[in-house]
Design a protein around this ligand. Structure first.
Ligand SMILES: Nc1ncnc2c1ncn2[C@@H]1O[C@H](COP(=O)(O)OP(=O)(O)OP(=O)(O)O)[C@@H](O)[C@H]1O
Ligand SMILES: [Mg+2]
Length: 314
């Protein structure tokens, strides 16, 4: 089995899956190195797993109709923290991306449930496990005790935007935390609302000139009366990262807020710090609501609480 042949399917577990999940958990944890004290996963029973499913979400991963991995996700709605437990993959299916699929699904569910971070506890004696989570962005938050570390990752903020006016006010609000040097990459299909967001941003930054979807122009500079100028780029027609380099955006970056439509995959080398914004339409064509996901990348955003910024109604 390899990734190109096998497709991993994910589904939510129900109470009837307790036995199935227990089998995967026991198989996964009993083949790990023996620890002292031993992992409490090995004392799980069907009753314990079933009871856990009453309060937590279970996710099951299957390959070719065979369940090969699972995890639990507890949602603390008050503290807005999602916690994964018992991340388990059958030993024979390890290193095929099953755990990555499981963790990605848990993060998606946690984002939808408006959690601000996703966490898990890992044994200190298993540096390879901690390293694996590290490659997926999880950092040590604290040392719980001599044997256990709390690992976590910040989750993107997800906002429902019902109208184009609300999209503009989202941009306006976002402008309040921006400063010269900031880079925003906006992605989403044709007509998703990227330019509408940029218009709100421009208003918030008090820039001049109408902000439109540039048809013939790839990049436009809008000076501001009060703060950083807005550099609005449409990368739709750019085929490669080399063409982005040709725009010499680096020169204008420090004094500007740079907003790039269609920039994913092209502009990552421009700035290690950036906001990545995805705008998704509703599958229902009569519904204008857009789902906007804002992910902060880099240390620039470490102290900016995007979740708090967008927690109120637009
Ligand atoms: N909730 C919404 N958010 C944003 N735009 C909306 C919303 N509902 C309706 N609209 C409309 O959808 C259109 C979005 O167009 P816009 O030019 O902002 O998209 P775009 O993502 O920049 O497209 P392109 O890829 O062609 O540049 C506008 O006509 C806007 O009025
Ligand atoms: Mg546009």
């Amino acid at each position: 089995m390899n990734d190109s042949q096998s497709q991993v399917h994910l589904r939510l577990a129900n109470r009837d899956d307790a036995g199935l999940m227990l089998g995967i958990i026991v198989s996964a944890f009993s083949t790990r190195r023996v620890l002292d004290p031993p992992t409490d996963a090995l004392s799980d029973t069907v009753e314990v797993v079933r009871a856990r499913l009453d309060g937590q979400l279970g996710i099951i991963a299957s390959v070719e109709d065979t369940a090969v991995g699972c995890l639990f996700l507890a949602l603390d709605r008050k503290r807005r923290i999602g916690t994964m437990h018992r991340v388990s993959v059958l030993p024979e299916t390890r290193r095929h991306g099953v755990a990555t699929h499981l963790a990605t699904a848990a993060a998606e569910l946690a984002v939808d449930a408006e959690m601000t971070s996703l966490q898990l506890v890992a044994r200190r004696e298993l540096p390879e496990v901690i390293g694996w989570w590290g490659t997926h962005g999880f950092r040590t938050i604290s040392q719980i005790d001599e044997h256990n570390l709390l690992l976590g990752i910040e989750l993107p903020a997800r906002i429902k935007v019902p109208t184009s006016e609300a999209m503009a006010s989202l941009g306006n609000k976002l402008a309040g935390v921006l400063r010269g040097g900031d880079v925003i990459v906006a992605n989403g299909d044709l007509g998703a609302g990227k330019t509408t967001l940029a218009q709100g941003l421009g208003q918030g930054l008090s820039v001049s000139g109408p902000i439109t979807s540039p048809t013939f122009v790839i990049s436009r500079i809008h000076p501001s009366r009060t703060g950083p100028q807005l550099v609005h780029v449409d990368a739709y027609r750019l085929a490669s990262a080399a063409e982005i380099d040709d725009l010499d955006l680096d020169d204008s970056l420090t004094g500007s807020v740079t907003f790039i439509e269609w920039g994913a995959g092209l502009v990552e080398q421009l700035s290690a710090d950036r906001l990545e914004i995805d705008i998704e339409r509703s599958p229902d064509i009569d519904d204008n609501t857009r789902t906007v996901t804002i992910r902060a990348v880099g240390s620039r955003w470490a102290d900016v609480d995007l979740h708090a910024l967008f927690s109120e109604e637009l």
